[in-house]
Design a protein around this ligand. Structure first.
Ligand SMILES: Cc1cc2nc3c(=O)[nH]c(=O)nc-3n(C[C@H](O)[C@H](O)[C@H](O)COP(=O)(O)O)c2cc1C
Length: 203
């Protein structure tokens, strides 16, 4: 079970990144292998559809997203929606369109947003459109951290214990749902193999 966290802002410290780390720690506690993709470290240029070059950061993003079972996305709320940097990362995922199955098919995704005010849900709702466009599944539980300067201090350390619990619960839930989802995949392939063995034995 591999869970990839994608997000943070280009600022430092980033409260949306701190929130993402906590959600990933919940997934890790549930036995998932986790990988953090910090947007600030990826140095993604703006996605240009007609460019054929794929910079290192974009390659890391595509490899991680293309090989995981589940993801956690975390963006700050910027002007009532996701940040431009976060949306640009999603645009790079367009290059997974040629994969089989395409884009993020069958991935389970947990959604997190941090906001200066109290309406972080707008970013989460925007993300959900992209989850569907990329053919993935968003889990019902989401976490929005409103009044983020009160939840995390200026070094990005958590100051609100209830927020920690919510974020870790989200990570655990992503891992739980993804393992159930992929267990049924395994069961199907085991059944197909058993049916093949029976057919060969009968022949
Ligand atoms: C460009 C910009 C736009 C923002 N727009 C909003 C907004 O529309 N609503 C809101 O509640 N907070 C807004 N904020 C505050 C951020 O959402 C909040 O500080 C968030 O936790 C920042 O996350 P970060 O530390 O990961 O950068 C904005 C901040 C910036 C820099």
């Amino acid at each position: 079970m591999k869970v990839v966290g994608l997000g943070g802002s280009l600022g430092a410290p980033s409260r949306s990144l701190a929130a993402l780390r906590l959600a990933l720690s919940g997934a890790a506690e549930s036995g998932a292998d986790t990988q953090l993709l910090d947007l600030r470290e990826l140095h993604l240029p703006l996605y240009v559809p007609t460019d054929t070059s794929v910079p290192d950061g974009a390659r890391r993003l595509l490899d991680a997203a293309g090989s995981c079972d589940a993801m956690v996305w975390s963006s700050p709320l910027y002007q009532g929606t996701v940040s431009g940097a976060f949306k640009n990362a999603l645009d790079w995922l367009h290059l997974l369109g040629d994969h089989d199955p395409p884009f993020l098919s069958d991935r389970i995704i947990g959604l997190v947003a941090t906001a200066g005010g109290v309406h972080g849900l707008q970013a989460v709702n925007t993300m959900e459109f992209s989850v569907r466009a990329l053919r993935a599944f968003a889990i019902p539980l989401v976490v929005t951290v409103g009044l983020s300067v009160q939840a995390f201090d200026d070094e990005g350390n958590l100051t609100d214990i209830a927020v920690r619990t919510s974020l870790e619960d989200l990570g655990r839930e992503v891992a739980r749902i993804a393992s159930r989802f992929h267990a049924s995949d395994k069961l199907e392939s085991e059944c197909a193999k058993a049916a093949k063995r029976l057919a060969m034995a009968a022949a």
